[in-house]
Design a protein. Structure first.
Length: 587
């Protein structure tokens, strides 16, 4: 497993931290041509991922951000009194045309929807004393940077609680022409240039071409020695004159709060087709209208002390000299079919099938204390399960972190780690395993996937991506974790969550751990109960790039010690067995 619980580290392991939805913040496009058209009420949620505050929260687990995170399974809950409010900063003054309130059982009987330009003087644009709860979709009309739901009468003895607060805003109704059905990706593989580029230990070969390679794990960044200044820019040469209809910017945390999109026929004289002073970072999907051979992002204000950095700069339209990118993998068919499995039905003592699994041999990572053996700790039990046993057993000649009990740097424990690299890799599908985890202080069993380019191309973690279907640590017997790791969210900042077994211990019985994975997202479950849901669009709009559209391989391991679970202690009981009934992949 890869990733570290320590934010300062960037080495392999597995971890934790939830989301479901689509960010669509209001961005004031400055049209340069075209006639006026009737305004329309956009369907996108302008509140998604925006700064939010509230009069109170029931506790830290029900903060106001949960009402605008796009996740229908998280919520804001207020204190148990009147009045209470929640307000969202939309980033700039915008015309609001609709609000959707998705209430929990504790809803507002009487409340107002209000807007303001300064979060001080408020104007009511909707008022009711007969709120019905459930999902209320309201047509409203008003303009402001801030929108507030102001509750004056609760429907229950509890507070006010919203699963989601969605805000719809007025668009130009067609002043900016929409993309045509003939639009294609024009920027892939095309040459580019920039004001400067970074190439050091923090961002190696972060050159302009990295923004046009359709690889979300590579990026362009301005130079750390000369380029952390304003302005900063990057442009792409489309090869010939093109009609530009859409630009997608996937920002690193070093993003532009003020920037322009510009076109040019000669890379010398530029025409602005889009301008903003309230850039939001993350993924910005911008509808524009312009003509030119060159398209430039021209940043005039940085979001922080660093420079400008883009994982992806994609230009869509017609014309140009497009290079056809490699096709993306197809989504799994419906209904999915079993395509690979190991049922572990061998006779007692039989080693894992070498046609399906290879052992990883040697000391672990993340300050783990075990030595992974060449299948000496892995065999069938004769009853239909694979046994991966962790033992207190010194290994001659090995080198591990200092053992806290013995003080020795010779590995004091042995265990097993198996993977399918070179035997089986895949992209998308349902992956599940029925496992009885080991469970004692200092143990760390896991079932996970790692990008195959870790071995095939020698790419470092976390750029290859990691999908942790199950992690369990002995000191938290009632919790299991599911997490994603990628260049923009990894280690202690990994994106995932946990599932608690009330009063129980996951090590007490077999459970089925699974992920359903396609081009739109993932859903992690245990015995059918949802642990964590990932919506790709929301992830890109709130965390960073999605790097999971390429082959991955399967890993099973039963680690001892490590940064997250901590080392064994006097209460640790060894040996400990991790039992795997089966592993199956459906596509």
């Amino acid at each position: 497993m890869f990733s570290s619980r320590s934010p300062a580290r960037a080495r392999p392991l597995l971890i934790i931290a939830t989301v479901f939805a689509v960010l669509a913040s209001y961005l004031a496009v400055t049209p340069v041509s075209g006639s006026a058209a009737a305004p329309v009420c956009d369907t996108a949620n302008a509140a998604q991922g925006k700064p939010v505050t509230a009069s109170s929260s029931e506790n830290a687990g029900f903060g106001p951000a949960s009402a605008v995170d796009g996740n229908g399974g998280t919520r804001w809950s207020s204190g148990f009194s009147d009045p209470q409010w929640i307000q969202v900063d939309l980033g700039s003054s915008v015309p609001v045309c609709g609000v959707t309130l998705t209430w929990e059982a504790a809803y507002g009987r009487a409340y107002q929807i209000q807007v303001s330009d300064n979060a001080s003087a408020w104007t009511s644009i909707h008022s009711t004393t007969t709120g019905a709860g459930g999902t209320e979709t309201l047509t409203v009309s008003g303009t402001g940077r801030y929108l507030r739901v102001y509750g004056t009468q609760r429907a229950t003895q509890y507070g006010y609680s919203l699963w989601e607060l969605a805000v719809r805003t007025v668009t130009d109704g067609g002043t900016t022409p929409p993309p045509s059905g003939d639009d294609v990706l024009l920027s892939y593989g095309r040459p580019g240039a920039a004001s400067s580029s970074q190439n050091d230990g923090n961002c190696g070969n972060c050159l302009p071409a990295r923004a046009f390679d359709r690889d979300p794990a590579t990026r362009w960044a301005t130079s750390s020695t000369t380029g952390w200044t304003d302005p900063g820019w990057i442009y792409v040469d489309l090869g010939a004159t093109a009609q530009i209809h859409r630009v997608v910017l996937q920002w690193d945390p070093a993003y532009a709060t003020a920037f322009q999109l510009q076109t040019s026929a000669d890379a010398a004289n530029w025409t602005t087709i889009y301008s903003t002073t309230t850039g939001t970072g993350f993924r910005q999907n911008l509808t524009v209208n312009g003509t030119g051979r060159y398209v430039r992002m021209y940043g005039t204000k940085r979001s922080g002390a660093y420079g400008y950095s883009l994982w992806e700069f994609q230009v869509y339209g017609t014309g140009g000299a497009p290079i056809t990118p490699p096709p993306l993998p197809p989504d799994p068919r419906e209904p999915p079919q079993l395509v690979w499995s190991d049922e572990f039905n061998g006779a007692a003592g039989t080693r894992p099938d070498a046609a399906k699994w290879q052992p990883e041999i040697g000391p672990g990572v993340n300050n783990e204390l075990q030595y992974y053996t060449n299948n000496d700790n892995a065999s069938m039990d004769g009853a239909g399960s694979l046994v991966m046993e962790a033992r207190r057993q010194a290994t001659a000649g090995s080198a591990c972190p200092r053992d806290p009990i013995s003080g020795s740097t010779t590995c004091q424990y042995t265990s097993s780690r198996l993977n399918t690299y070179g035997r089986y890799t895949f992209t998308y599908g349902r992956v599940e395993a029925r496992i009885k985890v080991s469970g004692t202080t200092g143990l760390w069993p896991a079932f996970w996937l790692l990008g195959a380019d870790f071995f095939s191309q020698g790419r470092p973690w976390p750029y290859v991506g990691e999908i942790d279907i199950m992690e369990h640590i002995g000191r938290e017997p009632d919790k299991t974790y599911s997490t994603l790791h990628a260049p923009a969210y990894f280690g202690a900042g990994g994106f995932g969550s946990s599932l608690t077994l009330p009063g129980g211990d996951w090590a007490a019985a077999f459970h089925t751990y699974a992920v359903d994975w396609n081009s739109s997202g993932m859903r992690f479950t245990v015995d059918g109960n949802v642990v964590h849901t990932v919506d790709r669009a929301s992830l890109e709009a709130t965390r960073g790039p999605w790097v999971f559209d390429h082959p991955f391989f399967i890993i099973l391991n039963n680690a001892v010690g490590g940064d997250w679970p901590g080392p064994p202690n006097a209460s640790t009981v060894l040996p400990q067995r991790m039992l795997v009934d089966y592993v199956r992949v459906y596509q």
